[in-house]
Write a protein that binds this ligand. Sequence first.
Ligand code: 6R9
Length: 658
Amino acid sequence: MAANTIAKVFPPKGDLVLEQYKAKHKDSITDPNGFWEKAAYEHLDWFEPFEEVLEGSFEHGDVRWFSGGQLNLSYNALDRQVRSEKANEIALVWEGDEPDDIRKLSYADLLRKVCQISNALTATGVKKGDVVTIYMPMIPELAMTMLACCRIGAIHSVVFAGFSAEALGQRISAAKSKFLITADIGKRGGKSIPLKKIVNDALTKGDCDEVCQHVFVWERFHKGSESEPTFEMGPKDIRMDPLVAVQRPYCPPARMDAEDSLFILYTSGSTGMPKGLLHSTGGYALYAKMTTQITFDLHPGDLFACVADCGWITGHTYVVYGPLLNGSTTFMFESTPVYPDEGRYWDMVQRHKITQFYTAPTAIRLLMRYGDLAPQKYDLSSLKVLGTVGEPINPEAWRWYYEVVGKSQCSIVDTYWQTETGGHVITNLPGVTPMKPGSCTLPFYGIDTVVLDPHTGKELTEPDDSGNFEGVMAIKQPWPGMARTCLGDHERYMTVYLKPYPGYYFTGDTVSRDSEGYHFIIGRMDDVINVSGHRIGTAEVESALVAHPAVAQAAVVGQPHDIKGQAICAFCMLTVGYEESPELVKELRMSVRTEIGAFCTPDLIVVTPSLPMTRSGKIMRRILRKIVCGETDSLGDTSTLADPSIVQTLIDKVTSLK
Ligand code: 6R9
């Protein structure tokens, strides 16, 4: 075992359980059809049974699950619970930006609300297959709106409310989304965010005004249907609260084919515009249901809290769909970990008796900096499982989470997965898998992980000198939760995920697998930077910078950061006639904020006379990465540079700025 191994299992159930997991995992990958057929009927209610379990292949990119089967996700998440005597149980506990702003909704409440919203959307012309963009704060109406889309077969595209008007506009336009649902304002850390204003601005971009025909607006502090609107009404605007209030609280669920589109979610890649990854109904529902139940060891009476935003996949699968499909109580959180102070999470755990708590390493590192006092002040004894997601967790943060928050009594589940995978693909299971800090451990059922040689594309068979297998993280066979395509661009889906290593799904990450089969994710192989668990494509930030007239060329790289994991560092070559100044650097930062969003703001902007280019005109980002990391003694081969002298200039410049 590695030196950093904690062999202890919580709650201790003994080796037998690990052996049982291994046997079950083996079965699930040797007989996937048998495994998933049984699971699909056990975990979901179907209107119509399916004809086939799995068809298609990675090779052809035509994977489909449970063809011919009919079901509805909102039916499984709501009606199914109401019918199984959970009508009066709490489905959702919401805590707003202010700790005393709390709402609780039972399954029956939620079903009625979702039905009213479904009817409101249908009455306005939303039909099965339409893309509905959702740009909302973390309020219960967001979850309800997502579920309403599922109920009527509309495809939601949730855009994180931290994205700028420009980024929102791009996503509306790319998805040709005729409908947009927003709120007058959002609230975070005591501040108001003028969402409706941002939406108005977004509609002036590109062809958005033409594409988007209706804008539904939830009013955050609207009371009663008669009062004045809380925002200025435009010709496309529809007030959501009064429209919903007059609807019948029942709407029959659409009969969806298992392969009908469920939602899209935009995510960054190495090049070009973010991709709209498309998930389909049956496979996603099953995978969300099972991973939530098994990874978090859900039990009746649990209060499951995933504090991610619904603008990201984690919020889709583990705030909304997974917990509700399991008939659990899900907790939805609008604020930040440090508002009104750094004890906010632990205060919530104590007040609501949260049993599973799921966050990202960046939040853990941030809270760790404040010391142990805050978590010690509160009663955290309700906690059983602590989850982490979004990036590799460093062992120090892991230990703090385990010892100080979990009092060495909770399982830490380090869940590795992606927007593309729909749910966890590698994770330990509480009480089953012995934990190792920094390792997401072993694959979930049905996931056949392999480590490939990046050059030959072959599975590694020989360990390196330290006994590990280090290479490309790939998956060998389809699983139900995988995204099926990129909206409107299947070729891109093939190019990014299925063609790089034929026969395998390519994750984009590198991994080191130890002799016990434990996975340690190293990081992205592509030009994607992971800032506070948010995937940011370098190409997007570069194009935001060159949108400023002063920037002729830009190159963006990631730089290690204590809290955020990585920070953005941008090298900018100015257009002739512009001079470097503190004001200009400030303007460039602003440019990224307005083009993409505040969470992508570069930490360091280096104005440079030129960039390290190869003679064929490619920017050598590897050299820039080494320079910002201070690894100037291992720059590697610089002989292919058109002008090798630029390297020293850049080193001097970066040193002077740090
Ligand atoms: C769920 C989510 C996916 C990328 C992924 C990887 C990184 C996520 C991780 C992790 C190490 C973990 N990542 N979880 N790296 N350990 N437990 O984050 O989806 O936003 O699509 O990002 O995040 O690099 O490829 P998404």
